[in-house]
Design a binder for this molecule. Structure first.
Ligand code: HEM
Ligand code: HEM
Length: 215
């Protein structure tokens, strides 16, 4: 079982993640091309200006109006994107499988960032369950997908701390990690891929057409 999840499953996950993202981007490009006003509106200057603005915490009015949500969301996303790339367990695997020497975070920092994801997730999940504006648009499968987002962090942390039997928890970690990657292009987690384009479009329309700001 371990051999399967550590080998073919990881391949399947990476191929689905990279291939799925390319296919989705291509499909989105064709859709945008059909809509005659979208591509001609795109402006590198205004698009980039908006992407940079929205990548800086508290740079938009909405973020200043909701400071707790802004802090939680930024901490969640930064740790969620950086930790898996630079956690020591993963660097070791890159080295073992491909001979690639990869930098890794000091273990205490990786633990802290993993816990940051888990704690911020708890806050976001609670909000999802209680705030009417989010709760009303949630279906049971959205809650399940939300739980999948945090699962590799919980299982990776437990594996690292060796709190439970190592092999089953590592298998669970790799299975949830693989599902995490596969889910990105095919579910609402694809907002990771769309962000650049939706933001660029909004920035372009507001900047170049309406002569206004979109933040
Ligand atoms: C799909 C392939 C994956 C494999 C083969 C894999 C494998 C591993 C291994 C071997 C460890 C080290 C455990 C230890 O120290 O004993 C680890 C830790 C970890 N993994 Fe993964 N992982 C995968 C995907 C992911 C994904 C997608 C995420 C997050 C989204 C993730 C997050 C983590 C974290 C946060 C830790 C360490 C926690 C800590 O040090 O506090 N992993 N992983
Ligand atoms: C560059 C990459 C990404 C960007 C720019 C981004 C941006 C956003 C934004 C703007 C929101 C709206 C609400 C908020 O501010 O929290 C959001 C929500 C969320 N994102 Fe991302 N995201 C990215 C990657 C990811 C990835 C890779 C995942 C997980 C696989 C993820 C998981 C989530 C979750 C779970 C929420 C919802 C929180 C809730 O329950 O309300 N994001 N993201």
């Amino acid at each position: 079982m371990y051999e399967f999840v550590r080998g073919p499953l990881v391949w399947i996950a990476f191929i689905a993640f990279i291939g799925g993202s390319i296919i989705k981007l291509f499909a989105m490009y064709r859709l945008a091309d059909k809509e005659k006003s979208v591509l001609p509106t795109m402006s590198a200057k205004f698009g980039l200006r908006s992407v940079i603005r929205w990548a800086i915490p508290f740079a938009s009015r909405n973020e200043r109006l909701h400071p707790y949500m802004t802090i939680v969301s930024f901490a969640f996303h930064v740790c969620l994107l950086v930790t898996p790339l630079f956690v020591m367990g993963h660097a070791v695997l890159w080295q073992e499988s491909w001979g690639i020497s990869w930098p890794s975070l000091p273990p205490a920092l990786a633990d802290g960032m993993t816990l940051t994801v888990i704690i911020c997730f708890f806050f976001l999940f609670l909000r999802r369950l209680t705030a009417p504006e989010v709760r009303n648009v949630n279906k049971p499968r959205d809650y399940l997908l939300s739980l999948l987002v945090v699962a590799p962090f919980v299982t990776g942390f437990i594996a690292h701390k060796q709190w439970l039997a190592p092999e089953p928890i590592l298998i669970l970690h790799i299975v949830t990690g693989a599902l995490w990657l596969i889910a990105i292009p095919f579910t609402w987690l694809a907002h990771m891929i769309w962000f650049l384009f939706t933001r660029s479009y909004m920035g372009s329309e507001f900047g170049a057409v309406r002569n206004a700001r979109d933040w």
